[in-house]
Design a protein around this ligand. Structure first.
Ligand code: GLN
Length: 484
């Protein structure tokens, strides 16, 4: 039996039937990480020592026949999600030694089921980037081709899932950071509706856009994890008081008659032709399963990237003000307070983070606020209205997740604008606060391609239903990179 390939339910069955123990499974994964991580750098740290206690607790629960969905299931967590007593660095030098005194709500809900935390995964520093090259510690490699990027910013989580170095992982998505790496690594990535999952304990990048979500090997695992981490939370006032459905219930339902919108603005000049063909084939496949295609227009799409880079940087400039070397993290001494701040922040932050703090501070400064920040907020409303209008006539929207497949390491690192364009199809969804998934739908240039399915607010069940129907009638999600 190859433990590495198992999904949550398959492993659940084996654990509950006592065909394997939690210890065996966890050790299997930790060994695999030891073997592969030097090449891939998907993990920043593993939790070998802490794992012992978790393993015992999970095994007891199983022995008492009280296992829940995730009891004893080894998962990886993006390193911008706080884990109490366990290093959480955001892949930044400024937090190189930060051990949070509290647990994020999302991981607390996993802990309530006694999951196994394998380790914390690499990311672009503070989740700012699309390639995981902005990590202060190492560049994660794409398991499908070690010379290419895994996408970002949740590149470590996506690579860990694709390389079977965990069963599933959590990522965070501010402008595409779950979906784009999932697409580049050939796995499933879901960004929930804004407010669906509590942000408590997720180190804030852009608070009005950030969401935590699952990166998994299949759609059912995505439903299982989403169900566990979702729900209202008194510690996050932006979490929604909306009840959590059983996301597994909609899986397996017929998709006949579901109206799918194809936005003409998402099939643009300059898009990779092979990617475009793979996406069109995937859409045709859904049509053959009974989905009804309708051409739609999202006319303000061309302004999305510019709008995002005003709003996200403005929020980041304010959120990152707290990292000043006073209470925690990296600190450089100076001749006075100002000098200490200056040295700490100049040496503690990497180039991209500094670029964004400067952009955001500028956009919020007096005299420029109206021209940039206020304007961007107005355009954000227009983008949201585009989707609201479209969703009057369609139930879901289908697009590519990214205009290209994974690019080479270094290819875009000196050209921020090129890098920003990698998220052109994912960013508007965050600006509107909508839920969307990326699922594997084929290969172009021998690298995975992802199909994005966008839904109405809180209609994750419908997204999962269609994603599942696609997945179950194709075999893309079963393909794995060859690493051994
Ligand atoms: N790539 C986008 C950025 O650099 C999105 C990042 C994210 O979703 N965290 O901001």
């Amino acid at each position: 039996m190859d433990i590495a390939r198992l999904n949550i339910n398959e492993l659940r069955l084996l654990l509950d039937k006592k065909e394997v123990s939690v210890k065996e499974v966890s050790e299997y994964y930790l060994d695999r990480i030891d073997k592969l991580n030097p090449r891939l750098c998907a993990y920043l740290i593993t939790t070998n020592s802490n794992a012992e206690k978790m393993i015992d607790k999970a095994q007891k629960r199983i022995d008492n026949k009280q296992s829940l969905n995730l009891t004893g299931i080894p998962l990886a967590i993006k390193d911008n999600i706080c884990t109490e007593g366990i290093l959480t660095t955001c892949a930044s030098r400024i937090l190189y030694n930060f051990i949070p005194p509290y647990e994020s709500t999302a991981t607390k809900r996993l802990l309530e089921q006694d999951y196994i935390l394998l380790g914390k995964t690499n990311l672009d520093e503070f989740a700012m980037g699309s390639s995981t090259e902005n990590s202060a510690f190492c560049v994660t490699k794409n398991p499908w081709d070690l010379e290419t990027v895994p996408g970002g910013s949740s590149g470590g989580s996506a690579a860990a899932v694709a390389a079977d170095m965990c069963v599933a992982a959590l990522g965070s998505d501010t402008g595409g950071s779950i979906r784009q790496p999932a697409s580049f690594c050939g796995v499933v990535g879901l960004k929930p509706t804004y407010g669906r999952v509590s942000r408590y304990g997720l180190v804030a990048f852009a608070s009005s856009l950030d969401q935590i979500g699952p990166i998994t090997k299949c759609v059912k695992d995505s439903a299982i994890i989403l169900k566990t981490i979702s729900g209202n939370d008194a510690s996050d006032s932006t979490s929604a008081p909306v009840s959590v459905p059983d996301y597994e219930d909609s899986l397996g339902r017929d998709i006949k008659g579901i109206r799918v919108g194809i936005p003409k603005e998402y099939f643009i000049d300059g898009m990779d032709k092979e990617v475009e063909k793979v996406i069109k084939d995937a859409i045709n496949h859904l049509i053959s399963l009974g989905a009804e295609p309708i051409e739609i227009s999202l006319p303000h799409t061309e302004y999305a990237v510019a709008t995002y880079y005003i709003i996200a940087t403005s929020e980041a400039s304010s959120n990152l003000a707290r990292f000043d070397g006073v209470k925690y993290g990296f600190r450089r001494h100076g001749k006075d307070l100002m000098d200490m701040y200056l040295k700490t922040r100049s040496e503690g932050f990497g180039a991209e983070v500094k670029r964004r703090i400067m952009l955001g501070t500028y956009a919020l400064s007096s005299g420029y606020y109206d021209a940039y920040y206020k304007k961007a907020q107005e355009v954000r409303t227009l983008l949201k209205t585009d989707f609201e209008k479209a969703f009057k006539n369609v139930d879901l929207i289908l697009t590519p997740t990214s205009p290209t497949v994974a690019f080479k390491i270094g290819e875009k690192s000196n050209n921020p604008l090129q890098m920003y364009l990698s998220d052109i199809f994912t960013i508007s969804i965050n600006l509107a606060g909508l839920p969307a998934i990326s699922i594997p739908c084929g290969f172009a240039h021998d690298m995975p391609v992802g199909l994005q399915i966008i839904g109405r607010y809180f209609e994750e069940p419908l997204i999962l239903q269609v994603a599942y129907a696609y997945e179950q009638s194709t075999n893309w999600h079963q393909k794995r990179p060859i690493l051994d």
